[in-house]
Design a protein around this ligand. Structure first.
Ligand code: PGA
Length: 250
């Protein structure tokens, strides 16, 4: 089964009109025809700007969250899948550990957001990952399996449409990357779980690694059998670094 790797940038709460324009200019100048899929998950206020800047390019637009609710109604601050679609958004990060930690998102809430994304034709990038305390307690496998199981439970019928991202919480923004072996071990667990739920489709599904992936360590991580791309925070804000990561994914 052929599957293209996916390299997705997560700008988090960074960016500005002028900075975005400069960053996209540098990226498009340095990007030939990538052999992987590329996406940028940007803050919602910049969708309109980014839609225009990325028009006709090899970089797809992504969101960092999506409402679990269908479009319309009294949900202050929420963005529906239909709104995201208006701006050509193709991917939405769902269940990032920062949203689980700071916004109280539960496994069930994450699963509902995945369903909302799929209903809008947006590919959810579903994040799972353990904290340092959970890893040290030997609970990594249990935690990521529980997080993914909730998503499978609600979305089993169209599971092959999702992208999974393994992001150990202790590696996010810390400069501490999981070793390629540590990452691969968890990816293999996730692949087996997908296989159990989606059968043969699992081999064609993409499982990304995220957590301090950078220009220096990307190639080694991406060489692992079950690592099919990356979700990149800090390094996606620097054009040369993000371009090097894209070049390492083939
Ligand atoms: P990082 O963030 O690359 O800055 O560690 C990754 C993420 O949180 O998606």
């Amino acid at each position: 089964m052929t599957k293209k790797p996916l390299i997705a940038g997560n700008w988090k709460m960074n960016g500005g009109l002028a900075a975005n324009q400069a960053l996209i200019g540098a990226l498009l100048q340095g990007l030939d025809t990538p052999s992987c899929d590329v996406a940028l998950c940007v803050p919602a206020p910049y969708f309109s700007q980014l839609k225009a800047l990325l028009e006709g390019s090899a970089i797809a637009l992504g969101a960092q969250d999506i409402s679990a609710r269908p479009h319309g109604g009294a949900f202050t601050g929420e963005h529906s899948g239909a709104m995201l679609r208006d701006f050509g958004v193709r991917y939405a990060i769902v269940g990032h550990s920062e949203r689980r930690q700071y916004h109280g998102e539960t496994d069930e809430h994450v699963a509902a957001k995945v369903a909302a994304a799929l209903a809008s034709g947006i590919t959810p990038i579903v994040c799972v990952g353990e904290t340092l305390a959970e890893r040290e307690a030997g609970r990594t496998e249990e935690v990521v399996k529980r997080q993914l199981a909730a998503v499978i439970h609600v979305n089993g019928h169209c599971l092959s449409e999702i992208v999974v991202a393994y992001e150990p919480v202790w590696a996010i923004g810390t400069g501490k990357t999981a070793s390629p072996e540590q990452a691969q071990a968890v990816h293999a667990v996730l692949r087996a779980q997908l296989q159990h739920a989606a059968g043969d489709h699992a081999a064609g599904m993409r499982i990304l690694y995220g957590g301090s992936m950078n220009a220096a360590n990307a190639a080694e991580l991406l060489a692992q059998a079950d690592i099919d791309g990356g979700l990149i925070g800090g390094a996606s804000l620097k054009a040369p670094d993000f371009l090097q990561i894209i070049a390492a994914a083939r």
